[in-house]
Structures are given as structure tokens and as C-alpha cells.
Design a protein around this ligand. Structure first.
Ligand code: SF4
Length: 476
């Protein structure tokens, strides 16, 4: 039976896409391998949010091809959607499939392994650079049901399948198989795409306009996941706060959450990132009232200087953002609050950076995700001029990361002595198991334990927790 391995790069949305691809390939009869060296086909799901993400994907292709020259490589994801020709030229790549056609991957792989040089529907490009725009196929034929032959090792040039991402109007979820042992907290992507145009961001160009999974389907997916054993589900989206605005009738995220709480037996719900303008009083009140919602908010900031926020085409100013964070903190004193911030945006002066640093320093963040600015082709920020030098960007990013670590340590210190409910993860040793609290603290509990079990975790000293965290990170 044909085998595949899958490596994912990027955010929670790409993780959800990767999980959907794994499921689709398995239901089509493919066997998954953990290691690339035992797989007939290696699927790489790429990210393109920064130039570093692009390099990482290209390096991965080269490395895999060097180590396993017989493996066919299929590259998909955001980089594949943005610049398919770049990837098609890399050695070992057989297919480049954009986000627009990701649901067709089982069919493409089936055809790759089918006898003869042609393709069943004759629709696929045979030369590099040709881009086809087709309606995604919805029905996967199980591999076992086909008259397949062993793969021919003769290869042509890489083929490209991608199309107009903005033409997509619906969001599809693939059938689920249960909870894999290594993913105790399944991510459910309920929204994709984004209608905003932040000047630095390439994501709308590779993910298209915002589209949401109708509530009935969200509830169905959650019920299936709960029946399969999920205790916590992470709701994710590219712009999660905009959930439901494309649906008719329009639905608010808070209303969807109420339905989930009322109509499913899910024990804990967590949200991925939510833009500050969507952190409303109603939403915070809902999270405060329900112990089934993890007290954890991730609210992208990007800059604390209004001049830079304006140039970024962000639609709030620092004072509005601060109000939303204070709203969360007054309602939920022990909640985790995280933010994304960009260092070195074009035109960011020392004063702008100092304003950002001071702004972050005085807000009650419990962790930070820091990114160095990277010009993305086709975005407005790429043409803004006044670039910040690499060295200055690096220094600013380093200073922000240090600040983030200090804030994380201070939060752990504040939580010391509390006993919190935590969900065991799949990592552990002979005498311990890693677990995650509702407010996003990683802890160690005693003894080897199965993943996906609730336990009580006493938060010890900040230093001890940090050391544990370090030890755990070095194992990843
Ligand atoms: S909100 Fe802005 S940063 Fe986020 S995906 Fe949309 S355009 Fe990009």
C-alpha cells in the first residue's frame, strides 16, 4: 500500500489544514509514516508569512530530496499558493498545489501512482509554470478501490495546480477519524481567509476572502471530536473574530460559542488569535461566565506606536488596544494574555520602538510572539521605503523577546502556589508528564500518564517551571 509522510510549517490554521490532509489521505487508503525515509510521497504544507518561512520550506525540500531521492515531494500551503514556480523548480518536487486546490491532493496522488502517463480527467498541467483554475473535486476515491500499480520512478517536470483563491466562497472540513495520540487538543478551523489588508501581510493573497463554516457544521464537527475523546478543542481561523460575517444570516462568534456550550458536551474550548476590535465586552463576559472556556486570549498588537499602526493599516490605535487588554485583565485576573509584535517595520524610528516597548512593558501580557519585519512581495509595506537595517531590527526583536520572557516569568511567579486543572499532553519521561493549564502554562505532573487526561497541577516556583520549560523545549 502506498505511504505518505506530512510535515507542516506555520500557524494553527496550517496545522488544521495538515490534519485535514492527513485524514483525507488516510480515508483514501494511504498509510501514514512518521519518517520521510519510509514514505513514497512526502507532503510539505508550507507557510509564507515571512521570507524566513519561505527559506525554511525550500531548505526542507532540498534536505528531503538529498536524504530520500526516491520520495516524491508534493508541496502545498501558502507558499505554494503565492509562488508556485519557485517551488516547482526545486529538485525532487513532483507537485505544487495551492491552497485553492488542497482538497484535490488525494486525487492527484492517486493519479501519480496510477498506471500510464496521463491523468484521469486530462486536466492537469504537464509543464512547469502552467497554472490551472478548476473547481475543487469533492469526492475522494479510496486508493484500495483503484486498480493501481507500483509507482513508476520515471519523472517529468513538477506540475502545478493552483487557482484563484478569491473565488473560494465556502470552507470545507474533511471527515474526521478520531484524535491521534500525539494531538490531544485538536484544532478546528472554523474560518479561513481575511478581508483586511494590513500593509505587511501576504495572507489574504494566499488564503482569499473570509469564509466561515456554518454553525451547524461546527457543532457537528465538535460533537464528532467529543465522541472521539477530545476534551479540549482549539477553535482557529485566519481572522477568527470575523467568524460568521460572510454567512447569511450573519452570525457572531460569541453566538456560535453559546451554541457550542449549550449543545455539545465539550469540556474546554480555547480560541486562537482574535483581533483587538473583536474582543468585545460581550465576548469577555461570555468567557468570564463559563468555566468551559479556557482563560486565554491571544490578541495581535504589531506595534504600540500609532504612527506605525497607521502605516500598517491596522484599524485601532494603541489606546484602543490597551482598553481591550485591560477589559480582559479586570474580568479574568489569571488569564493568559499574549500578543504578536513586529520589530523593524519600515520607517520605525527609535522613538516608535521605544513607544512600543514601553507600551508592552506596562500592559499585563503573559507572553509575546515577536517577529522581525520581512517584506512580502505584493504587499504595500514592501514598497514603503525607509527600511530599518537588519542589525537594528534584530536588536529590537531581541529586546522585545527578553521583555516577553520577563513577562512570562512574572506571570508564572504570580501563579505559584495555585493548583490548576491541566490536560496531559503527549510528552513525558519515565517519571513525569507534560500538561497544559487553561491559562496556558506548561507544567510537569508526576508519573507517566496517558495523554488527554485531566489532572491537578500545583504551580511551583517560577524558576523551576522555567527550567522545566527549557528542558522540554530542548526535547522538541
Ligand atoms: S488581519 Fe491583517 S495581519 Fe491578520 S491575516 Fe488579515 S491582513 Fe493579515
Amino acid at each position: 500500500m502506498a505511504t505518505f509522510s506530512l510535515e507542516n510549517f506555520g500557524c494553527r490554521a496550517t496545522e488544521a489544514d495538515a490534519a485535514a490532509m492527513r485524514r483525507a489521505l488516510r480515508s483514501a487508503g494511504w498509510t501514514m509514516r512518521d519518517q520521510h525515509d519510509s514514505a513514497d510521497v512526502v507532503v510539505l504544507n508550507t507557510c509564507t508569512v515571512t521570507s524566513a518561512a519561505d527559506s525554511q520550506a525550500r531548505d526542507a525540500v532540498r534536505k528531503i530530496h538529498r536524504a530520500h531521492p526516491a520520495a516524491r515531494i508534493l508541496v502545498t500551503g501558502c507558499y505554494a499558493q503565492r509562488a508556485p514556480e519557485d517551488l516547482a523548480q526545486l529538485p525532487g518536487v513532483s507537485w505544487v498545489v495551492g491552497n485553492s486546490h488542497q482538497t484535490e491532493i488525494p486525487r492527484l496522488l492517486r493519479e501519480m501512482f496510477a498506471p500510464g502517463p496521463g491523468h484521469a480527467d486530462g486536466s492537469v498541467a504537464d509543464s512547469p509554470g502552467e497554472i490551472l483554475d478548476r473547481t475543487p473535486a469533492r469526492d475522494f476515491v479510496p486508493l484500495a478501490a483503484l486498480d493501481t500499480e507500483p509507482m513508476s520512478l520515471a519523472r517529468g517536470p513538477a506540475k502545478i495546480l493552483t487557482g484563484d483563491i478569491f473565488a473560494q466562497t465556502t470552507l470545507q472540513v474533511n471527515p474526521r477519524e478520531g484524535i491521534p495520540a500525539d494531538r490531544t487538543r485538536p484544532i478546528l478551523k472554523i474560518q479561513d481567509g481575511c478581508n483586511n489588508r494590513c500593509s505587511y501581510c501576504v495572507i489574504p493573497f494566499v488564503r482569499g476572502r473570509s469564509r466561515s463554516l456554518p454553525p451547524i457544521e461546527v457543532l457537528g464537527e465538535i460533537q464528532k471530536l467529543v465522541a472521539a475523546g477530545a476534551k479540549e478543542i482549539v477553535l482557529s481561523g485566519i481572522n477568527l473574530g470575523s467568524y460568521g460575517r460572510d454567512l447569511a444570516p450573519r452570525v457572531e462568534l460569541a453566538d456560535l460559542v453559546r451554541c457550542i456550550l449549550n449543545q455539545t458536551a465539550l469540556e474546554q474550548l480555547r480560541f486562537s488569535s482574535i483581533e483587538p476590535q473583536d474582543i468585545t465586552e460581550d465576548f469577555v463576559a461570555l468567557a468570564t461566565a463559563s468555566p468551559r472556556i479556557a482563560p486565554h486570549f491571544h490578541v495581535p498588537l504589531q506595534s504600540g506606536a500609532d504612527r506605525i499602526l497607521r502605516a500598517m493599516h491596522r484599524w485601532y490605535r494603541a489606546a484602543h488596544y490597551a482598553e481591550r487588554i485591560q477589559l480582559i485583565r479586570s474580568a479574568l485576573p489569571d488569564a493568559a494574555i499574549g500578543a504578536d509584535v513586529i520589530a523593524g517595520f519600515p520607517g520605525e524610528t527609535d522613538e516608535d520602538f521605544a513607544a512600543t516597548f514601553a507600551f508592552i512593558a506596562r500592559l499585563p501580557f503573559t507572553y509575546l510572539h515577536v517577529f522581525s519585519f520581512s517584506a512580502r512581495p505584493g504587499t504595500r509595506a514592501a514598497d514603503l521605503g525607509a527600511p530599518v537595517s537588519l542589525a537594528v531590527t534584530r536588536d529590537r526583536a531581541r529586546a522585545l523577546r527578553t521583555l516577553g520572557q520577563q513577562k512570562a516569568a512574572a506571570f508564572r511567579e504570580l501563579q505559584t502556589g495555585r493548583t490548576l486543572r491541566a490536560l496531559t499532553l503527549a510528552r513525558g519521561g519515565a517519571t513525569w508528564t507534560e500538561a497544559l493549564t487553561g491559562n496556558y502554562l506548561k507544567v510537569r505532573v508526576e508519573g507517566p500518564r496517558p495523554a488527554n487526561q485531566w489532572c491537578e497541577a500545583r504551580i511551583n516556583s517560577a524558576q523551576e517551571a522555567a527550567a522545566r520549560e527549557e528542558a522540554l523545549s530542548s526535547r522538541r
